[in-house]
Each structure stands twice: as C-alpha cells, then as structure tokens.
Design a protein around this ligand. Structure first.
Ligand SMILES: Cc1cc2nc3c(=O)[nH]c(=O)nc-3n(C[C@H](O)[C@H](O)[C@H](O)COP(=O)(O)O)c2cc1C
Ligand code: SF4
Length: 359
C-alpha cells in the first residue's frame, strides 16, 4: 500500500526521508550532575537512525545547571559538552536521518530548591508536597535567555540540523506561555510569547538561514485557542515547525469535538495546523503504523511522533515499511526507560517474537 508515512518532507533545506519522528526522551545514561553524553547515549540514537526513523529529536538538554529536571539530564551549558553531542549528530546523520536537539529549562518544576518561575506559583510535586517558585527578576530573565541562546549556539556548533525549544510539559517556556502560571505585570506578562520570541531572534542573528528552529508547544495552554494564538505569534517570530504536545498539565482545559476519531492532543495539532503555515507535528500514544497513517492523512499534520514505540523497537520505521509487526509499548505503570531501557518488557517481547519468526 502506498503510504504518506513513507513520503519525504522538506523543512527549509533539509529533506526528511519519511514522516516519522522520534520525540525527545531523556535517557538514564549520563553520570549524575555531569550533563555529558556517554557512549550508551550515542548508541541509542544511532540505533534509532539505523531503524530508518526519519527525524530524531534528541532528549531535553538543559541550558544551565540550575534549570535541570533531573541529575542525569544532558546539558549544553559549557563548551566541553559539545564534543559528545557532535558524536550523536555524526552517528545519526551517517545513517541518513535528520537530527535536532531539544533545548530545555525546567523552571518551577526543576530540581533546584530555589527554582525559578515567571511569577509566584505553587508547584504540587508527584508526592503531594509543594514548592513555591521564585518569581524571576529582570536580571534572572536576561540570564536565562542568555543561557538559552548560548546552549542553542553550542547545538549549532555540534552540527545539529536544528533545535526544538522545549515549550510544553510544565517547563519554563510553557510557564511563560500559560496565563494561569505567568501573572507578571511587566512586558513578559502582557505579551507572554515575548520571553521566547527574544530568544529566537537572538539565535537567528547568529546561525545560518538553513538552521531549523522549532518549538514543542502545548496544545492546551491553558485552552486550545490560547495555544493557537501562541503558535500564530511564534510563527511570526520565526519558528520553523511546531511539535504539539501537552501544556502545563495542571492548568490545561482540554477539548475535542464529539466523535473525533483520534484523541485530544491530536485534535490540538490538527487545529493548530489550520492556523499556521509551517509544518506541524503530532505525537503521544501513536503506536502502530495504521494509526500513524490515519493521523497523517485525516488530521493533515506533517509528521507523526513515535516515542515509546521506537524504544520498544528501534527498527519501527524500517519494519513498518516492510509490513512487519512493529511490536507495542505495554504502557507500564512505571516506564523502564527512565531507569534501564534494556528491562523494557515491550522491547523484550518484541525481540522474542522477532527471533521466533526467524526460526
Ligand atoms: C522515558 C521518557 C522520557 C521522555 N523525555 C522527554 C523529553 O526529554 N522531552 C519531551 O518533550 N518529552 C519527553 N517525553 C515525552 C515523549 O516525548 C512523548 O511525548 C511521550 O512519550 C508520548 O509519546 P508516546 O506515546 O509515543 O511514547 C519522554 C517520555 C518518556 C517515556
Ligand atoms: S517500559 Fe513499558 S511503558 Fe516503557 S516503553 Fe517499555 S513497554 Fe512501554
């Protein structure tokens, strides 16, 4: 069957060989507090590319030590971290895939005791305890913007084809974009996209025109209409693609028409696609090739993201194109990818089934 899934897509000057992207997923491999890429990190991204997945977005990589979401998180806050990222880039590009890195700061949900937030906000942690974010001063804003720009330029130096700003899932940019979290009275509150617009403009000044700058944007921030307004504004500011995911979760107001054939976040991507001209990606819970194809054709988005599905089976795109069973994520209560991907039961099962099929 001829499928849109296996047709190419051009973003700026980059040809992506199919419509499958691997959304960013943090890995547990870096030594604590170093932020460094290690061999296992490189191997994992190489395997994703060998699996013919067209675009790989490397995991949330922090712009500074203070803004981290975890102690094993990768960083691009110092020049010495560039070499490891170069290895990821070379490994992926050698296999013919395009590679971006996600640039991140956690803000109030980070691990720092005095975590920053656009304005005072009480973050309720998973264990029920509370943390109050420290409202950012004008100086804090400037320093964090500087860190975003410097980290992005290090990504450019490492040879990435582009970057994805992390603008959803509760983190700092998303906190600025959400009116229930950002209650500043200055220009960064009156125009909530300004914080990230200024970052984009400053990166753009320093990179060549082909370098791709996208954003992972909340589809409900807090409403779908707010998210669409953010997208329109950010397209004007020079964003090259939107990767739509969940926004600041506790404040979201999700919506979807009755009898919509997919689920809420796909609807958000479909809706935002009607408001902007640059490519829009959909992700979350896309596990099998038929659903991926249906989302591409019916929701009319440009790319579909397969995250846990690719970790279950690095060869997801290759096997989907060959018409093979790609395996499945079992949606475990605790995902083993955060601690030891080798123990992922979906991966073990798929490997066993593949071996059985070959004997
Ligand atoms: C282990 C793990 C790590 C993740 N890390 C990130 C991340 O670094 N950045 C991000 O935007 N999303 C992250 N996510 C969310 C995924 O990108 C994706 O949106 C989510 O897994 C849903 O897609 P799926 O159903 O295809 O797995 C992570 C998810 C998992 C399971
Ligand atoms: S550990 Fe479970 S939830 Fe995580 S990818 Fe594997 S099968 Fe899916």
């Amino acid at each position: 069957m001829s499928k849109k899934l296996f047709t190419g897509l051009k973003i700026k000057n980059k040809e992506i060989k199919n419509r499958i992207f691997v959304p960013p997923m943090i890995t547990p491999f870096a030594p604590q507090d170093s932020g460094y890429v290690v061999e296992k990190t490189v191997d994992s991204y190489r395997r994703m590319a060998q699996g013919q997945n067209g675009l790989i977005i490397v995991e949330a990589t922090c712009v500074n030590f203070h803004g981290r979401l975890g102690r094993r998180q990768l960083g691009l806050w110092e020049d010495e971290q560039i070499a490891g990222h170069k290895q990821i880039v070379e490994a992926v590009q050698q296999e013919g895939s395009v590679v971006f890195v996600q640039i991140h700061h956690a803000g109030v949900v980070g691990i720092a005791d005095d975590a920053l937030c656009p304005s005072e906000y009480t973050h309720v942690k998973a264990d029920g305890s509370e943390k109050i974010g420290r409202p950012m001063t004008a100086e804090d804003i400037k320093n964090v913007q500087d860190a975003f720009v410097s980290a992005s330029l290090r990504a450019y130096q490492a040879g990435y084809d582009g970057i994805e700003l992390h603008g959803c899932h509760n983190y700092l940019i998303c906190q600025f974009l959400n009116k229930k979290v950002n209650q500043r009275q200055d220009q960064y509150g009156l125009k909530r996209t300004l914080f990230v617009e200024e970052i984009i403009a400053r990166i753009r000044e320093k990179v060549d025109d082909d370098f791709i700058i996208g954003i992972r944007l909340g589809g409900f921030e807090p409403t779908l209409e707010d998210a669409a307004t953010n997208a329109v504004q950010l397209e004007k500011a020079g964003i090259d693609f939107f990767d739509i995911s969940y926004g600041f979760r506790r404040e979201q107001e999700v919506e979807m028409p009755e009898n919509y054939p997919f689920w809420d976040i796909i609807y958000a991507a479909e809706y935002i696609k009607t408001k902007v001209n640059v490519p829009v990606f959909a992700a979350n819970f896309i596990m099998d090739p038929d659903t991926a194809e249906a989302i591409l054709t019916k929701a009319k988005v440009d790319m579909v993201g397969v995250a846990r599905g690719v970790m279950v089976n690095y060869d997801w795109a290759k096997e989907a194109q060959a018409g093979l069973d790609v395996g499945r994520c079992l949606r475990c209560a605790v995902c083993m990818l955060y601690s030891d991907p080798e123990k992922c039961p979906g991966r073990i099962l798929h490997k066993r089934n593949r071996e059985k099929a070959l004997t």
